[in-house]
Write a protein that binds this ligand. Structure first.
Ligand code: FAD
Ligand code: AMP
Length: 478
């Protein structure tokens, strides 16, 4: 039997589920194929993000932050706390409850929008047909007016450190430790390594992060990256750059990791090791040999700026395609694909995709770093302002970090904002909105920001671009 839908989406992560909902809003009949089983063994929507990514990591970041605050940072407020104790299984169970609330919510949204959820595996055949293999192994061919591929990504595996799920884990395993490892090793000082490292350090682990590259978070503005490394190191994260892991072996209940740094070969023993060396697109089993969909040299599905693949009527979005592996990027591409199918001229603005690292303080950025702008031959002016003198940050005993604007000298246009500081992930949206409207830095300078707020740091950073910050002594430029 063949069933027809206007749109078949393969993958029900943030990219796929938003594409499905938007297509349904636009009046199309939609099916979304998702094969994932949640931690409880039941079929689950929401993809990596809701099940084993953004949401569970943020739940644990929040819990661990509260624990550390209660243990170490309340005394300064005159609050003495005794007998603080930790129940890791309860913390993990709360995280799981948040996950199931949200994944269940997507299933409700599908019902409400009339999206059919087909549980199981999807495979693109030639001629815009899709093979659906249900969870109990039944096969059915679907006729699709249009197809959206949204199968996301999975952790990169490296032969030198093979995941066993108990002692050597990937990011998914690291969200489910039932006790705090005394010594925790992490391979990779990327966003995921730093966030998970922060969780377990706050809960009491001694954390060592081994990173092969010489530069820390190379996508960040250099000044912000340097400050971030300083702060995280002060918190107790032992980040070792230029340290390439060459092996990891189990010795009893210890993971013995060998690595090479500038001084030569070394070893370290850990109770647990997290492999966080990046993610790769999921294409295995997705494309029939004659599907016609081209991959690029890194095995991402090749797409144009509106996510069209090499096959007319087949789109691909999210972690499966070029660009940053971020849930909000996947979501906007999903909405764009659905709207393009409906004949709209929607285009994601890739220049204003925000990046956030949810450490404490947070790190967030939009647009170019000073180095990127200069490398493009642009004449830039920059301005920065510190949270250390911001009234609200001091009142909250959270006065660390800085905000830095990168501005085009000739046009006064904002090229980027990079922030290390409390609520940086929210604050950076101000620059994103300004950039979307093509604002000049003067536009921000002329606006009134409420006092006392963290946002005043953004205002002062904007003023400082022209030497006009009020709460700093600067050489006047304008
Ligand atoms: P996915 O979310 O990976 O969803 C794809 C889905 O497709 C999966 O559920 C998979 O089961 C399904 N699938 C695959 N193949 C098939 C098939 N053949 N048939 C049927 N179904 C299939 N991003 C952020 O923006 N902010 C964060 O804070 C953040 N934190 C993260 C923390 C961690 C620990 C991790 C691992 C990732 C994090 N990310 C974060 C990244 C984010 O999770 C991804 O960018 C996002 O989930 C990508 O969405 P997607 O829809 O492209 O793919
Ligand atoms: P990201 O892709 O941002 O998640 O970061 C993954 C990080 O892991 C990158 O910075 C890589 O340089 C790093 N990495 C990959 N392989 C190794 C290795 N064998 N030893 C140490 N670091 C590694």
């Amino acid at each position: 039997m063949t069933t027809s839908y206007d749109v078949v989406v393969i993958g029900g992560g943030p990219g796929g589920y938003e594409a499905a909902i938007r297509a349904a809003q636009l009046g199309m009949s939609v099916a979304c194929i998702e094969r994932r089983l949640g931690k409880d063994g039941k079929p689950a929507l929401g993809g990596t993000c809701l099940n084993v990514g953004c949401i569970p990591s943020k739940a644990l970041l929040d819990s661990s932050h509260r624990y550390e605050e209660t243990q170490k940072h309340l005394a300064v407020h005159g609050i003495d706390v005794q007998g603080v104790s930790l129940d890791v299984p309860r913390m993990i169970a709360r995280k799981d409850q948040v996950v199931s609330q949200l994944t269940g919510g997507i299933a409700q949204l599908f019902k409400g929008h009339g999206v059919t959820w087909l549980q199981g595996q999807g495979k693109l055949l030639a001629g815009r047909r899709v093979l659906w293999t249900s969870l109990d192994g039944q096969e059915q061919t679907l006729d699709a007016g249009q197809v959206i591929l949204a199968t996301g990504s999975e952790p990169v595996r490296i032969p030198v450190a093979q995941v066993d799920g108990q002692y050597i884990v990937d990011s998914t395993g690291a969200l489910d430790f039932q006790e705090v490892p005394a010594r925790l090793g992490i391979i990779g000082a990327g966003v995921i390594g730093l966030e998970l490292g922060s969780v377990w350090r706050r809960l009491g682990a001694q954390v060592v992060i081994l990173e092969a590259q010489p530069e820390f978070l190379p996508m960040l503005d250099k000044q912000i990256g340097k400050e971030t490394l300083k702060l995280l190191t002060k918190q107790g994260l032992d980040v070792r750059l230029k340290a390439r892991v060459t092996g990891a072996k189990l010795d009893g209940q210890q993971v013995v990791v060998s690595y090479e740094d500038a001084e030569g070969a070394k070893t370290e023993s850990f109770d647990r090791l997290i492999v966080a060396v990046g993610r790769r697109p999921v294409t295995e089993g997705l494309l029939a040999a004659d599907s016609g969909v081209e991959l690029d040299e890194r095995r991402f599905v090749h797409v144009d700026s509106q996510c069209r693949t090499s096959v007319p009527g087949v789109f691909a979005i999210g972690d499966l395609v070029r660009g940053p592996m971020l849930a909000h990027k996947a979501m906007e591409e999903g909405v764009m694909a659905a709207e393009v199918i409906a004949g709209h001229a929607t285009q994601v603005n890739y220049d204003t995709i925000i990046g956030v690292i949810y450490t404490h303080p947070e790190v967030a950025w939009v647009g170019m770093s000073e180095e990127q702008a200069r490398a493009q031959g642009l004449q830039v002016k920059v301005g920065s302002f510190s949270f250390a003198v911001n009234g609200r940050a001091l009142a909250s005993h959270d006065a660390q970090g800085l905000a830095k604007f990168i501005v085009d000298e000739s046009s006064d246009r904002i090229l980027g904002l990079h922030v290390l500081g409390p609520q940086a992930g929210d604050l950076v949206h101000q620059a994103m909105i300004a950039m979307e409207f093509g604002a000049s830095i003067e536009d921000l300078q002329l606006m009134t920001f409420a006092h006392p707020t963290l946002s005043e740091v953004i205002h002062e950073a904007a003023l400082s671009v022209d030497g006009r910050a009020i709460h700093a002594v600067q050489k006047r430029r304008k």
